[in-house]
Design a protein around this ligand. Structure first.
Ligand SMILES: Cc1cc2nc3c(=O)[nH]c(=O)nc-3n(C[C@H](O)[C@H](O)[C@H](O)COP(=O)(O)OP(=O)(O)OC[C@H]3O[C@@H](n4cnc5c(N)ncnc54)[C@H](O)[C@@H]3O)c2cc1C
Length: 413
C-alpha cells in the first residue's frame, strides 16, 4: 500500500480525510481549486446533527408530492427544465424512501451519525477549535399540538434506538428559551445533543491548519487534470504536477467529474441551498438555531449574524442561482424574529451532494486499487466529515475499520 496520497477536494470531508491520513503518518497533499472550506462546507446550517439518524427521505404521500409539484413552497423548489436529467436519480431516491427499505438504510446511516460529536471533538481539540462547537442543540417549533405530539413520539423512538436526546418545550418554556421570538407556538422539540457551529468555514479551516501543522500540504489545483502515472497518479497544480500512489476523491457534488473518466458514475444529484445573514434589532438575541416547521427554513445564530438557510432547490449542474426560496422565506423570518438589515448584498449558494439511497460513498472505487471515494454526504456532510475521515483512513491503512464500511461501499452503484 502506497504511503503518498493526494486528496482531491478541501471541504469538510476532504480536509478531515487528509488530517486523519496525516495523523497516521502518510505523506498527504490536499488539492482544491479554492481555499479550504469554500464549497458547500462554507455556508451550511452549521449543525453537527447527532439527531439526524433518519436521513431526508423523498416525500411519499400524495399530499406532499402535490404540494412540492406546485413549485411554490419555501422548503423545496425545482427548475422544470432540470427535471428530465433528474428523473432517474429522483425515481431511485423515491424507491429507496419506501418505508421498509428506508428503515433498513436508517440503521446504516445511524451507525455513522452516532459517532459525529466524538469525532468532531477528536479533531477540534488539537485544532484549538472547540469554541466553535456550541453545545446548544437546535429546535423544531410546532404550531399544532397533534404535530408536536407525533414529533415527540418519534423522538422517543430515536432516543430508545439510537440514544438521541431531546427535550419537550411547551409554549411558555419556548418563550422563556427564546424571549425575542415574535410569535407564540404550541411548543418545540429541542434536540439537545447537536453542536451549533458558529462559523462552519472557520471550523474547516481550523482542521486544515492542524493538517498543515502536522506536515500536510495544501496546493491549489484542478482535480479534473488527474491522470494515471505508472502505478500511481498525477494532478496538475499551481506548483506543478503532484504525484502520489493513492488518490482520494472528496469533491462533493463535483466528484463525478473525476470518477467518470475512471469508469465510475454513481447517480449523484444536487440539492442546492442558499443563505443570507441578518442583524437583529436592538438588544434582541437568538439563543438556539430553529426551524419553524410550518415555514420550512433554518434560522441560526452565527458569528456573521442570523443565518437564514434554505431547503432544497433542484437545478441543472451549473445553472445560475435563483434564490426564490430566500425571497419567500425572508418576510416569514421577519415575522418570527426582529431581524435588522441583511449583512450581504448577494446570497451564498451551495450544493448538497446526494445519493439515491441517502448513504454517502466511502471506500475504494470499483476495479481501482488505489482510488478512494469520500463523497455523497447530502444534508449531513458537515456532521459526518470527521467520521468519514477516520473510517476511510482506517481502510486505507489496513486498520480494522471502526465502523463496518460495507453499507457505504462504492460498488453498490
Ligand atoms: C443550505 C445548506 C445547509 C446545510 N446544512 C447542513 C448542516 O446544518 N449540517 C450538516 O452536517 N450539513 C449541512 N449541509 C450539507 C453540507 O454542507 C455538505 O454535505 C458538506 O459541506 C459536503 O462537504 P464536502 O467536503 O463533501 O463538499 P464541499 O464542501 O462542497 O467540498 C468539495 C470541494 O471540492 C472542490 N472542487 C470541486 N471541483 C473541483 C475541481 N475540479 N478541482 C479542485 N477542487 C474542486 C470545491 O472547491 C470544494 O472545496 C448543508 C448544505 C447546504 C447547501
Amino acid at each position: 500500500m502506497g504511503s503518498s496520497v493526494v486528496v482531491l477536494g478541501a471541504g469538510m470531508v476532504g480536509v478531515s480525510v487528509a488530517l486523519h491520513l496525516r495523523q497516521r503518518g502518510l505523506d498527504v497533499v490536499l488539492v482544491d481549486r479554492q481555499n479550504p472550506g469554500e464549497g458547500a462546507s462554507f455556508g451550511n446550517g452549521g449543525l453537527i446533527q447527532r439527531e439526524a439518524v433518519h436521513p431526508h427521505a423523498f416525500p411519499r404521500t400524495v399530499a406532499e408530492l402535490w404540494r412540492i409539484a406546485r413549485n411554490n413552497s419555501v422548503d423545496a423548489v425545482y427548475h422544470p427544465l432540470a427535471l428530465p436529467g433528474l428523473t432517474s436519480p429522483l425515481l431511485r431516491y423515491w424507491w429507496h424512501s419506501e418505508p421498509e427499505r428506508y428503515l433498513k438504510l436508517c440503521a446504516d446511516y445511524a451507525k455513522l451519525i452516532v459517532t459525529c460529536l466524538d469525532e468532531h471533538m477528536a479533531l477540534a481539540k488539537p485544532a484549538g477549535a472547540t469554541d466553535l462547537l456550541r453545545p446548544i442543540g437546535w429546535m423544531r417549533l410546532y404550531n399544532s399540538p397533534q404535530q408536536l405530539e407525533t414529533a415527540l413520539a418519534e423522538a422517543a423512538v430515536m432516543h430508545r434506538d439510537h440514544g438521541v436526546n431531546y427535550q419537550a418545550l411547551d409554549s411558555d418554556a419556548l418563550a422563556a428559551a427564546e424571549p425575542h421570538l415574535k410569535v407564540r407556538r404550541t411548543g418545540a422539540l429541542h434536540w439537545t445533543d447537536p453542536y451549533s457551529v458558529s462559523d462552519p468555514h472557520a471550523l474547516t479551516n481550523a482542521y486544515a491548519r492542524l493538517f498543515l501543522s502536522l506536515g500536510g500540504q495544501f496546493i491549489l489545483g484542478d482535480a479534473t487534470t488527474l491522470k494515471q502515472d505508472g502505478a500511481g497518479w498525477r494532478v496538475q497544480t499551481s506548483e506543478g504536477p503532484v504525484q502520489a500512489e493513492q488518490v482520494v476523491v472528496a469533491l462533493g457534488i463535483a466528484a463525478n467529474k473525476v470518477t467518470e473518466p475512471l469508469g465510475y458514475s454513481p447517480p449523484l444529484f444536487g440539492k442546492r441551498g442558499y443563505h443570507y445573514h441578518f442583524g437583529l434589532q436592538g438588544n434582541a438575541v437568538l439563543n438556539h438555531p430553529f426551524i419553524d416547521v410550518a415555514s420550512g427554513f433554518l434560522l441560526a445564530p452565527m458569528r456573521a449574524g442570523i443565518r437564514l438557510t434554505t431547503g432544497a432547490e433542484f437545478a441543472r449542474d451549473g445553472a445560475e442561482p435563483t434564490p426564490v426560496q430566500l425571497a419567500r422565506a425572508e418576510p416569514i423570518a421577519r415575522s418570527l424574529l426582529p431581524l435588522a438589515e441583511k449583512v450581504e448584498d448577494k446570497p451564498w449558494m451551495g450544493v448538497r451532494p446526494c445519493t439515491p439511497d441517502m448513504l454517502p460513498i466511502i471506500g475504494r472505487l470499483p476495479k481501482r486499487q488505489n482510488v478512494w471515494a469520500a463523497f455523497g454526504h447530502a444534508h449531513q456532510g458537515l456532521t459526518l466529515g470527521p467520521t468519514t475521515g477516520r473510517l476511510l483512513a482506517d481502510m486505507m491503512t489496513g486498520e480494522k475499520p471502526f465502523i463496518d464500511p460495507t453499507p457505504y461501499r462504492a460498488e453498490r452503484f
